[in-house]
Structures are given as C-alpha cells and as structure tokens.
Design a protein around this ligand. Structure first.
Ligand code: ARG
Length: 598
C-alpha cells in the first residue's frame, strides 16, 4: 500500500540520484486531500534532496525539479509525474491504489498504518508513562484531567507501536498536607462520611482545617507534628493515613473505569518516604549537599558553587520534599523497570521542577537521566460545572454526561434507547477529549462547554456519530458480498479523496509518535469524517447495482475501521448508537456539509 508505493517511487528516484531508496522513503509523503480534485497522490520536496546532497544553494529548486521529472519515467504503478512548486508529484495508478489501500486496511485491521515502513527498524522499548497523579484531599484540577487523558493517549500510542508500556499513577499521597489532613480529621472528621464519600469528605476536612489553621497557630503546629510523626513512621499516624489513601484510590479506580483508563501501578509519593532518606545519604556521600542559613539542605545546581540556583531536598526539620521523593521514585523505577524512556505527563508549571530533578540525577552520575522526559501541557481556564467550580474528576464526568443527555433528549424520537446514560457518557467523553486534543498540548485555552459540544461541528460527537452511521450502514446492508471488490466502481472524486486520505494514516501516526501531539490524529479523523459524510450523501449503496454497492460498502467499512483505530488511540471508545438517537447540532451540520469538502 502506501509503503509499497513509496518504495516504488523511491526506487525510481534512487536510480537517477544514486542514493539508496531507504534514505528517500521518509521524504516521500502522501499529499493531503485538498479541495482541488485532481491532485497527485505522493510528493517529494526537492529541498530535502538538495540538503541530502549538501547543495548550498536552493535557488534553482524549481529548475531542479523539472530536470528530475524529465529523467523519471512512468510505469505500471506511477502514471503521472510532474513538478510542483519545489516538489516532485507522483500520481498512482487509480485501480492499483484503490485495491492496495482497501486490501491493506482490511488485512491489517487495528494495525493499519502501524506496520508501515515509516516505523520499520523501530526497536521495541521499555517505556514508563507516569500520568494523572492527583493529590489526595486536594482539589482535583483540570490539570489532572489533562494529564489523565494525555498520558493515556501517549501510553496507547507507544503500545500500539509495539513498545512495552508501564502506566504509573503517582498519587500525591504525602507531604505537609497530610499533616493538616491528619490533624483536621482528628478534629472534624467522621468515620461514616470517610467511608461513604472519601474524596469529598477528605476535601471538606482539608478545607476546614486550612481555614482554622490560619487563625489558630496551634493547629498549624499540630499539623507539623503530625507530618513529622508520619515521616518517622509512627504506626498510629500511618494507619490513619493508610485508610485515607486506600479509600481514595478505591474511588479513583471507579472514576478511571468510567474513562476507560487503567494503570499498571498505583504508586505515590508516600512510597518514597524511606527511600528519600537513602537518597539524602547518597547525595551526602557524594558531597552534593549544602546547608543554607535557614537550615534547609540543598543541592547546588548553579555549576559555579555560588548557590545562585539550588534545589531544596530536605527541610530544616529533616523532612523530605516533592523533589526528594521524585529522585527516589526515578531511581526506583529504573531498578524495577530498566526503562529506555520515562515520560512524566504534568502541567507546564512543573517544568522547572522536572528540570531540577533530571539535573540532579545527572549530577549523581545516572547517565539514564537523559531518558527521562517531561511532557508539559498548558493551563485550561474556567472549567466550571453548573454547581460551581470543579472539585473532582467525577464532577466533570457527571457534567459531561448530563449535558449530553440533555442534548439527546431535545431530539424527538420514537425509539427508546437501551442505555442512554452510557451512550451519553461515551459520546460526551469523546467530545471532551477532542476539544482538549485539537490544539498544541502546550497551549493554554479557555474552557467552554459550547466549544466541547458545538464548535463548528468539529467535535468528538461528530466522530462518534460518523462511526455510528457507518456501523449502521454495514448492519443494514451486511458485508456478505464484499469479497471481490470491483475497484473500477470506486473512481468518483469522493471515493478517490477517501482513498488518498486513508493512504496518509501512517504518516499522521508517525508525526504524533515523533512529537507526542494528538492534534495530528484529531484533525486527520475529523477530515476523514467530513469526507465520509460527503461520500455517504453521493455514493448511494441502496438501489445501486450489486458491484457498485459492494465496492462502496467496502470503502465505508475501511473508513469505519480506520476511524475506530484512531479514536481508540486517542482514548475514545467508538460507540455504536443508532443515528436517529444522536441528533445534535453536529448532525445538522453533517447534513449541510458543502459538497466541495471540509
Ligand atoms: N501530584 C502532582 C500534582 O498534582 C503531580 C505529579 C507529577 N509527577 C511527578 N512525578 N512529580 O501537582
């Protein structure tokens, strides 16, 4: 398919350029479907050739392109070669293209695009992805939601590429806030509430004790003492803390289940209470610790010894800090998983923190510090539910569900849905994920429920709807007569556009695998859905001759399969819902999609 075509073009070029085909393959890309109808299928930037050849001047790229096209010849695969602005363009034999793409999509199934030559020679790696990592008792902020869905996407993608992935949730279950929480619970806590609604109750206690501590210095002192006892391993303090942790994680697991997300390991800062001490000893033995006038113990990162840039690793009372625990955790994970790459998905506000942790690891002599990577993301402002500010992930999920249910209820339908709650949640989550993944991860954005559900039709609802519509098409007409596809029946511009777009899936996956940005896949799937919408309108299945109907069904089946693959990578569970039940703004938009494309 795409690869065989790329190889075929690369072989031709290799002959006239005296370069090995392998070095050319990655420079040959499938042309994005545009509004113009007759475009080439593949192109190669002439600049990339000039660079490869160490040419200094790029002045004559156009001329160079023209000269190259004169030397190249069409064959059974390539039917037209032309020079564009700075590019060489290749058109593939239409029937061959149709046959190859459809066959490959069907054969490779969920691996379509991933078996591409673009990924060949990719060694299988051990990858740790740490994501979500909420803080017990503290507010669950949108940053945690982003970390959760982005981390899940990265883990899915890495796994799909054949790597061995370990998903870790590093819970914020240690630190001074547990001093406050322990003290607060002893003062205002209720056992029954802790059991029935742990996250909420711990949060309430935390808010109350924080308030009281500002007026009552004694509470702050008690909190300090409580955390100190925890750090020293006091059994009573630890057993209370253990219950906070266990009950919270139980609740987290239920919530992650709703999102379709799992972790291989629930770790947490608390795991590194003792190991932090070992790290401090190790740092000390390497002569890397210094005491400041306030009594804190720091590692000098300035490189000049003047303490102009330091990272505090121990408070004056001997307790550990966030960074100390991260050092211990990184070393522990290396021991345990011997990772090739470790990815931390956390908001961009933590950039400095991770830089410092990685730098200290390096100073300590761990060359693998370079295998650690922070994937930062931007801040989302203004995520509010109807009840007010978001406190828990669960609030967000409930809000998505209820808004989607309301959307669905506004549609008059005689059919009764079997599981409206689940449908609403699945479709709503898709909407939430797509709006979050549309831009660069690092960009900040203003959250808006309108944007989630209605922004110009390019939403997760639209993807789910397209998937549902294609499922119902397959269900209505069956796939019995799909075995032998008459490719001559798929030569209308709408079909060709879809085939050309399917041809590009591997490149899009490659791009996302390089920069870990989901937006490439998102815009690919939205375009695929728009193309499918147009084709669905013009390429009738019903009342068409058998070979035409069969070929079209085959094409739609391929679209559905690739759409589902892409959605799953993004962390969206493709849902099959009869289309009559999904009528929202998006569908009206779908029905009015202009003929000339997205
Ligand atoms: N719990 C932290 C927070 O909410 C995020 C943890 C990020 N990961 C890490 N290894 N430090 O801010």
């Amino acid at each position: 398919m795409a690869c065989a075509f790329r190889r075929s073009i690369a072989c031709q070029l290799s002959r006239i350029l005296a370069l090995p085909p392998e070095s050319l393959i990655k420079s040959i890309s499938a042309v994005p479907v545009s509004k113009k109808e007759e475009v080439a299928d593949f192109q190669l930037s002439v600049d990339s050739l000039l660079e490869d050849n160490n040419h200094q001047s790029k002045l004559d790229t156009q001329d160079h392109a023209r000269r190259l096209t004169e030397k190249l010849k069409c064959d059974t695969v390539v039917t037209a070669i032309s020079a564009g602005p700075g590019t060489l363009n290749f058109k593939i034999n239409r029937e061959l293209l149709t046959k190859a793409v459809l066959q490959q999509v069907l054969e490779d199934g969920s691996k379509y695009g991933l078996k591409s030559e673009l990924f060949s020679g990719l060694p299988q790696k051990r990858i740790v992805v740490e994501f979500s990592s909420p803080n017990v008792a503290k507010k669950f902020h949108v940053g945690h939601l982003r970390s959760t869905i982005i981390g899940n996407f990265i883990a899915n993608l890495k796994e799909a590429l054949g790597h061995q992935v370990t998903r870790i949730n590093y819970i914020g279950d240690w630190g001074m806030q547990f001093g406050l929480l322990g003290t607060g619970f002893q003062l205002f806590g209720y056992e029954e509430k802790l059991h029935s609604n742990p996250l909420q109750h711990l949060f309430d206690v935390y808010v109350q004790v924080n308030k009281e501590a500002t007026d009552d210095k004694n509470i702050a002192k008690l909190a300090h003492e409580f955390f100190h006892r925890l750090e020293l391993g006091d059994m009573q303090a630890l057993s209370l803390w253990q219950r906070f942790r266990d009950l919270s994680i139980e609740e987290y697991i239920q919530i992650y289940k709703r999102l379709g997300i799992y972790f291989d390991e629930y770790s947490g800062e608390s795991f590194y209470r003792e190991k932090s001490r070992d790290i401090l000893k190790l740092l000390d033995s390497k002569g890397l610790l210094q005491k400041t006038i306030t009594g804190n113990v720091v590692v000098d990162l300035s490189g000049t010894g003047d303490l102009s840039s330091v990272c505090t690793v121990m408070r004056s009372d001997g307790t550990s800090l966030y960074a100390t625990r991260d050092l211990a955790a990184a070393i522990d994970r290396m021991d345990k998983y011997n990772f090739d790459t470790m990815i931390y998905v956390a908001d961009k506000g933590q950039k400095r923190h991770f830089q410092q942790v990685f730098q200290i690891l390096k100073i300590m002599g761990y060359e693998w510090a370079e295998r650690c990577q922070h994937v930062p993301f931007g801040i989302v402002k203004g995520m509010k539910t109807r009840r007010g500010d978001v406190t828990f992930l669960e609030d967000v999920l409930n809000e998505v569900q209820s808004r989607m249910l309301q959307n669905m209820a506004s549609i008059k339908t005689t059919k009764k849905m079997e599981n409206p709650q689940e449908t609403a949640e699945r479709v709503g989550l898709a909407a939430l994920i797509i709006q979050d993944f549309r831009g660069l991860l690092l960009s900040d954005y203003q959250f808006s429920w309108d944007r989630v559900f209605q922004s110009r039709g390019d939403t997760g609802v639209f993807l789910q709807y397209t998937h549902a519509r294609l499922c119902s098409l397959e269900e209505t007409f069956g796939c019995g007569y799909l075995n032998d596809v008459n490719v001559a029946c798929l030569q209308e511009p709408q079909s060709v556009s879809i085939l050309q777009h399917l041809l590009r899936f591997d490149e899009v996956l490659y791009k996302s695998s390089q920069d870990l940005q989901p937006k490439h896949i998102v815009s690919y799937l939205l375009t695929l859905s728009h193309l499918a919408a147009m084709a669905h309108k013009t390429l009738q299945v019903k009342d068409s001759p058998a070979d035409v109907a069969g070929a079209r069904l085959h094409l739609f089946k391929a679209v559905r399969s690739v759409l589902a693959n892409g959605m799953k990578l993004l962390g969206i569970i493709p849902f099959y819902v009869p289309e009559s039940l999904l009528c929202t703004e998006q569908i009206r938009k779908w029905q009015h999609t202009p003929r000339n494309g997205p």
